[in-house]
Design a protein around this ligand. Structure first.
Ligand code: FPP
Length: 236
């Protein structure tokens, strides 16, 4: 791997403003160690923390992480409870750092249906970081891209026009820069109902690395390869 600077001093690293990640492979990581899936998710949160810090240090404008999909409700109740517990703990324990390092927290997805105490934590965290001007950490919770597009189309229609621009303005991601790079870990090559609209011209980067093993060096490698790609957006 080519040496890549740890920080680009606040500029968009390799021309990327917005990176999104499908964090996959926590369960397999735990299984390889004969540990329960919850252990893999717990290590997955450590990676969330590391990668959020790396994104900030590299000067990314936005990092969007797929933490809980609208389809994840199909998982066993104890695993859902573990994930919700980790989310609670993450917001409680990491909010002070997010506030102090100028990170803005944003949630995409229909988070209002989560447990009331989580909704309160989320809304408090978003309010307390709303004025921050550094990296936006967007966490997708109870997120499904088809549902998001349908909601946005309904809102656009209610305002009188259904055009790509009008729909885009109503997406949960409307406050984020255009998506440049979509990463998925763990060797799966699919989008799983994540940012389908936003990925129209995004570059994709897939790695076999399981999420708990994903490091800032992997993020830099992905960004470096992104920087070497020619993006034509349908033109020549
Ligand atoms: C995929 O691994 C991962 C998830 C479904 C959830 C991702 C959640 C976290 C990293 C922790 C919570 C996040 C925050 C922001 C607090 P998998 O269980 O599908 O793994 P497998 O495919 O190997 O079974």
């Amino acid at each position: 791997m080519t040496a890549v600077p740890a920080s680009t001093g606040g500029a968009a690293p390799y021309g990327a403003r917005h990176v999104a990640i499908i964090m996959d492979g926590n369960g397999r990581w735990a299984k390889k160690r004969f540990m329960p899936r919850a252990f893999g998710h717990k290590r997955g949160v450590d990676t969330v923390r590391d990668i959020a810090r790396a994104a900030r240090d590299m000067g990314l404008e936005a990092l969007t992480l797929y933490a809980f999909s609208s389809e994840n409700w199909k998982r066993p109740a104890d695993e859902i409870a573990d994930l919700m517990g980790l989310l609670r703990a993450f917001i409680r324990n990491d909010l002070a750092e997010l506030v102090s390092n100028n990170t803005r927290l944003k949630i995409i997805g229909d988070y209002q249906v989560l447990a009331p105490d989580i909704v309160d934590l989320i809304e408090d965290a978003m309010a307390r970081t709303a004025g921050n001007t550094g990296t936006t950490l967007a966490i997708a919770l109870n997120y499904g891209s088809q549902q998001e597009i349908a909601r946005a189309a309904a809102k656009a229609a209610a305002k009188g026009e259904i055009t790509p621009e009008a729909i885009e303005a109503e997406l949960d991601t409307a406050c984020l820069p255009p998506l440049d790079l979509l990463i998925r870990t763990s060797g799966e090559i699919r989008l799983s109902n994540f940012l389908l609209w936003q990925a129209a011209y995004a570059e994709m980067w897939f790695t076999e690395v399981l999420w708990p093993d994903f490091t800032a060096a992997h993020l830099r490698e992905a960004l470096e390869q992104f920087g070497a790609r020619e993006r034509r957006f349908g033109g020549r």
